[in-house]
Design a protein around this ligand. Structure first.
Ligand SMILES: Cc1cc2nc3c(=O)[nH]c(=O)nc-3n(C[C@H](O)[C@H](O)[C@H](O)COP(=O)(O)OP(=O)(O)OC[C@H]3O[C@@H](n4cnc5c(N)ncnc54)[C@H](O)[C@@H]3O)c2cc1C
Length: 368
């Protein structure tokens, strides 16, 4: 007698999507899963500040993994991978529409670096192009004094090749605005020791690139103008929500979820649609949050499929507060459970290889 399988569609095969997929495949045999992603490679983007600036420091095998290869342990008929882009979620019809990735857009006011996978290009080509651009640039401006801005600046200060002049622009009075004061001060002093110019509190009014010379002109809130070979924006995550019904979104574009991570449509929790990871409205958009959320969603889906519905909850407030920021290979700063981290600990935990020892766990959905 054949058993009807529950059909589950998962959009996105990064840390969150792969986490949910593997956890479901391990916990139930009653689901048929379709996973949609524009690239067929899982990208461990966490190490991007290191390998974009120092290509020799990490081989691509440490941060790019074939998605299909992670499914070898499961029966073939339980998982279908589609290389494509979901362009619309039609909740009433319970369907999504995958399409081939669209052509690459042009004309953005910043150097486009592959901090995450994008919908319109081959990740390997994008990484290689970014590495070449950063290698040849000698005058670089970075807009955004959060963790990514600080990490990228620290790596650029140690970049091989011609010496670089680097300016970091921070909108806030202190770098790492959400961190304790000691961590903020350490970050700034480590960068100053690397001869980085830090401008704060200053914002970038606009940045334009001359199409002939490729030179950037960056105009600041102080009316100062800087010309540079590269302008990199690290001012925060932008919601990638074009395919999501607007009634699922907060005014600033993130997906509303309840404590079970079910999507909330206007005021109503939808029992059979979930959101996980950066796209949710939970403010800490961190890898360290993704696994807990993936576990929550997988357990809740499985318990529905198995007709034993006992939902588990996800509490953003209950998650441990931590921040680990490398400033170059050998040092950094951060905090964990109220303790400030010494530079040598940051080196052990992150600076040595930028957490790439964790990448395989995320690729196989085994991160906890
Ligand atoms: C450079 C960098 C360094 C970071 N470092 C750290 C760190 O040290 N520690 C930490 O905790 N966090 C860090 N973060 C944050 C971390 O990367 C995010 O929290 C994490 O990527 C969230 O994972 P996600 O799967 O929710 O989303 P994403 O990683 O954004 O993945 C979304 C996936 O969905 C796919 N997708 C998008 N739209 C569609 C569509 N329409 N159809 C199909 N697929 C689609 C994308 O291609 C992608 O594969 C860093 C972020 C960046 C950018």
């Amino acid at each position: 007698m054949s058993t009807q399988l529950a059909s589950v569609v998962i959009i996105g095969a990064s840390h969150a999507g792969l986490g949910v997929t593997h956890k479901l495949l391990r916990q139930t045999t009653k689901a048929s899963i379709t996973l949609i992603n524009p690239s067929d490679e899982y990208y461990f983007n966490i190490a991007a500040p290191r390998f974009l600036v120092k290509p020799e420091s990490l081989p691509s095998s440490k941060y790019l993994f074939n998605i299909r290869d992670s499914f070898t342990e499961y029966p073939n008929d339980t998982i279908t991978f589609i290389k494509g882009l979901a362009t619309k979620i039609d909740y009433a019809k319970k369907s999504s529409h995958p399409e081939a990735p669209p052509p690459r857009p042009s004309g953005q006011g910043r150097l486009k670096l592959p901090f995450k996978t994008t919908a319109f290009e081959n990740t390997r080509d994008a990484i290689s192009a970014a590495q070449k651009t950063l290698q040849s640039a000698t005058r670089i401006v970075i807009g955004g004094g959060g963790p990514l801005g600080v990490e990228l600046t620290g790596e650029l200060a140690e970049a091989p090749g011609p010496a670089k002049t680097i300016t970091l622009i921070s909108k806030t009075e202190s770098l790492l605005p959400d961190a304790p004061t000691t961590v903020q001060r350490t970050a700034e002093s480590l960068l100053q020791r690397k001869s980085i110019e830090v401008l704060k509190p200053v914002t970038v009014r606009h940045a334009t690139q001359d199409p002939n010379t490729q030179t950037w002109t960056i105009t600041l809130s102080t009316d100062q103008t800087i010309t540079a070979d590269a302008y990199i924006s690290t001012t925060g995550t932008i919601p990638n929500n074009a395919y999501i019904p607007t009634t699922f979104l907060t005014p600033d574009g993130w997906v509303k979820v309840d404590e079970h991570l079910n999507v909330v449509d206007t005021e109503t929790s939808l029992p059979d649609i979930y959101a996980v990871g950066d796209i949710t409205y939970h403010p800490d958009r961190l890898l360290s949050r993704v696994s807990k959320q993936a576990i929550t969603v997988a357990v809740n889906i499985v318990s529905r499929i198995e007709n034993e519905y006992r939902p588990v909850r996800y509490s953003a407030d209950a998650q441990m507060k931590m921040l680990v920021v490398s400033v170059g290979r050998g040092t950094g700063t951060g905090h964990l459970a109220g303790w400030t981290l010494w530079g040598c600990l940051v080196w052990v935990f992150k600076g040595r290889d930028y957490l790439t020892y964790e990448a395989g766990k995320f690729w196989r959905g085994r991160a906890k």
